[in-house]
Design a protein around this ligand. Structure first.
Ligand code: PMP
Length: 330
């Protein structure tokens, strides 16, 4: 019989898929690392399992303990899956701007979700940050993974994503491209690839216009899960050789192209990373092998990136589409 003991045993070892239509006419091979095939649907499954195992070893998380994290999305799903296996309770704190669908996914895995008002200052007692800190103090046996500071986040990529890419490309990878949120993916994967290649592999970050990684001040942008208005401890400033800045419009049109032209239904930060990979590919040669990491799937974004009205309301549709409404035949 062929089976795994638990669904979390399926985390990692994700496939590489060649991009074809989006790279037509470009010299290098561009391969996508497709992370939505992880059982929780995103790259964040990798960090969840590693952060929990390390906290068990260090004694920070004891049997029957409670995981408390301010997260509304992918990290929460990963943590909830691992918590189910190991018998922990999960309490996630979300701002009220997070869609009900996203909260319901977390609840479906058995997590509890505490919703906080977005319209209060960070120092207000009901703010997202204060509520999660208070819950950690008040709940007996509570532990906060804190993905923005936890070094197990980049380490999980150093130990899994990096070696997988080296093995899958038989050491032929020349460039690694990833969006930067906590910086865990790019810092851990990038460090491994630099070490094993003797510094040959170039590490390229992709960042929304306005975020600090590409020199911005935290100006708002719409792509989710990437970019920051502060420098997290999980981002290693020595790893990126270059950071490419991508506009929301470019991120979202590329996301749609990935679905229509490559049959990869993925999230907005994937379009951002792919847009950066395409820019990079224009400067590379036929022997180059560019790998771009696609963090999650597109089903969580059907009412945004994949909705014509939403796209048109921000001016992101090309002119011939911008008057379209849902249901129109385009
Ligand atoms: N895309 C999405 C959808 C994410 O949730 C995240 C994680 N915040 C990222 C990209 C960026 O990954 P990292 O935190 O490892 O930099």
């Amino acid at each position: 019989m062929e089976y795994v003991e638990h669904v979390i045993d399926l985390i990692g070892n994700t496939p590489l898929v060649k991009l074809n239509a989006l790279t037509e006419g470009l010299a290098p091979t561009v391969l996508a690392k497709v992370e939505y095939v992880n059982p929780g649907g995103s790259v964040k499954d990798r960090i969840a399992v590693r952060m929990i195992e390390a906290a068990e070893k260090s004694g920070e998380l004891l049997p029957g303990g409670t995981i408390v994290e301010p997260t509304s999305g992918n990290t929460g799903v990963g943590l909830a899956m691992v918590a189910q296996r190991r018998g922990y309770r999960c309490v996630f704190v979300c701002p009220d701007k997070v869609s009900e669908d996203k909260r319901n996914v977390l609840k479906a895995y058995g997590a509890e979700v505490v919703v906080c008002p977005t319209a209060v200052a960070p120092e207000h007692p009901d703010s997202y940050y204060n509520v999660s800190d208070r819950l950690v103090r008040e709940i007996d046996g509570a532990w906060k993974p804190n993905q923005y500071a936890n070094q197990q986040n980049p380490r999980s990529h150093y130990e899994t994503t990096g070696p997988e890419l080296w093995r899958q490309t038989e050491g032929r990878i020349t460039h690694f491209v990833a969006g930067v949120g906590t910086g865990g993916t790019i810092s851990g994967t990038g460090r491994y690839l630099k070490e094993i290649s003797g510094g040959r592999v170039r590490i390229v970050g992709a960042d929304p216009e306005g975020s600090v990684y590409s020199g911005g001040t935290g100006r708002p942008y719409l792509v989710e899960g990437v970019g920051e208005d502060f420098w997290p401890e999980t981002y290693d400033r020595d790893i990126c050789d270059e950071v490419i800045e991508i506009s929301d419009a470019d991120s979202f049109t590329t996301t749609r192209r990935l679905a229509r032209e490559e049959a990869l239904l993925v999230g907005g930060s994937c379009g951002m990373a792919a847009a950066a990979a395409i820019q990079l590919a224009q400067r590379c040669g036929p022997d180059d092998v560019i790998v771009v990491l696609l963090p999650d799937g597109g089903r969580g974004y059907l009412s945004k990136v994949f909705n014509d009205q939403w796209m048109a309301s921000y001016g992101f549709l090309p002119p011939e589409h911008s008057g379209a409404t849902v249901g129109d035949v385009l």
